[in-house]
Design a protein around this ligand. Structure first.
Ligand SMILES: [Zn+2]
Length: 450
């Protein structure tokens, strides 16, 4: 049994969460046994100063994109010119380089306060498209990297079969770099992904890369596979208007409508980005219980646009967050952007309240990744927490009753002091307990480009 004493904590009772003071959280076997507010610190408890939040989930990551930070941010261009630079890096990675780059990226996530990551993984094969031996060497590298850092991972194994879609619905052949993304057929993808094994810190998910990269018949099979195996299903949807135009030409419908026809929308499905939607698209998400993963710092970096989050709120489409391309890794920056971008669009403040935003970063993210038992400080839940200190210039002087709002709207990743995953402290005083994160980033990114 391990005890944590929190100066202040955001604890859940049923569907609601509230701020409580002097909270003793008792943990055994990686689960929360008891949550008691208003108790004095015990001598044996690990003290968590500041505000303790439930574990935070990064529901959409491409770990290797961390190697692009700073390299793609000057000059002009669009999503599509950025993609060319991303492909240049994707072409260079082997299991060892992938491991070191992912280790560094996940370590940065841990010190930023993330306790779980959803890795949308499609770098499956050798550059010419032939399989690694063993065939899941790249996925195994990601699972091992998360294990070394000490965070949870959902390996979202992504199916990618074609270079795009013709106006008549025909397949565009894979490009040179895309060879390594593809298993050649949905049957081969199923066979390979079915051979993956979970671990105590790892669960498995499935993904359709996009309606560009997978044909409708294969999408149906992927959705059926995810349902049979009880795996969450993720898909990039309507990130760019060009994708919607392609889909309209080829299939006379929107990407969301196509996913609906293929049986891909459900309460265990997450539409990533879901930026350029019609009212019908939003109705389909609401009716099916499909979630939306917002990646605002990436979406602004890539000039994608702003998703209709007011409509999501009104129709109870649950939202979660992801740092996607890792232009920035900061859960607070990500989550406050959902509200702040909406203010710029609607000229109205307060569409999303601080507690709702935190719920997106915690409980909803865990749910999207298939960890339904995490993302809240509650008896029986996974023992994952993140503590934010109030001793930085950003947060000093915050009054107790504004702690939540100050954290959401002013904290940065640098304010994270303690991170606990599975009842174990992995970050203490803002530093990883076992890894030199700065050195790992230098090494991991250096190896990737060497
Ligand atoms: Zn993505």
């Amino acid at each position: 049994v391990t005890d944590f004493w929190c100066e202040r904590a955001w604890i859940s009772g049923g569907d609601n969460a509230e701020l409580a003071e002097h909270v003793l959280v008792r943990v055994s076997n990686g689960r929360i046994d008891s949550v008691e507010p208003n108790v004095a610190p015990t001598p044996t408890a690990t003290q968590l100063r500041g505000l303790t939040l439930p574990g935070l989930a990064n529901a959409h990551s491409h770990a290797f994109h961390r190697g692009l930070r700073g390299r793609t941010h000057s000059g002009t261009g669009s999503f599509w010119s950025w993609r060319d630079q991303m492909y240049a890096l994707a072409g260079r990675l082997d299991p060892e380089r992938y491991y070191h780059l992912a280790l560094a990226t996940y370590a940065e996530m841990a010190v930023a306060g993330f306790t779980a990551v959803g890795e949308f993984h499609y770098l499956h094969h050798l550059p010419d498209g032939s399989p690694h031996r063993p065939s899941n060497a790249m996925a195994d590298a990601l699972i091992a990297a998360a294990g070394e850092v000490g965070i949870r991972i959902t390996l979202i194994d992504t199916c990618y079969l074609r270079g795009g879609v013709e106006a008549d619905g025909g397949n565009v052949p894979l490009g040179t770099v895309q060879q390594r993304f593809s298993d050649r057929s949905v049957e081969a993808w199923i066979e390979r992904t079915d051979a993956l094994r979970p671990a105590s810190h790892a669960r498995l998910g499935a993904a359709i890369h996009s309606i560009r990269a997978v044909d409708p018949e294969s999408m149906q099979q992927i959705a059926a596979f995810a349902r049979d195996r009880h795996r969450p299903l993720h898909v990039h949807v309507s990130e760019q208007p060009a994708e919607n135009r392609l889909c309209a030409e080829a299939y006379s419908c929107t990407p969301m409508e196509l996913l609906d026809r293929c049986g891909a929308l459900s309460p265990t499905a997450t539409a990533v980005h879901a930026t350029h939607l019609t009212p019908t698209d939003i109705d389909l998400m609401a009716a099916s219980g499909t979630m939306c993963c917002m990646c605002p710092t990436t979406e602004r970096d890539l000039a994608d646009g702003i998703a209709p989050t007011r409509a999501f709120r009104d129709q109870q489409v649950a939202m979660c967050i992801g740092t996607d391309s890792h232009a920035i890794i900061d859960p607070f920056d990500e989550v406050r952007a959902i509200e702040l971008d909406e203010r710029l669009v609607s000229h109205t403040r307060g569409t999303h309240q601080p507690d709702q935003l935190l719920q997106m970063a915690s409980q909803h993210g865990y749910r999207s990744l298939g960890w339904h038992d995490g993302g809240r400080i509650q008896v029986g839940a996974l023992a994952d927490f993140t503590s934010v200190g109030f001793d930085s210039p950003r947060l000093a002087g915050t009054s107790p009753d504004s702690a939540l709002a100050a954290t959401v709207f002013a904290a940065s990743a640098g304010d994270v002091r303690t991170v606990v995953v599975d009842g174990r402290v992995i970050v203490r005083d803002g530093e990883h307990v076992a890894l030199d994160v700065v050195d790992r980033l230098r090494t991991g990114i250096g190896m990737a480009w060497a």
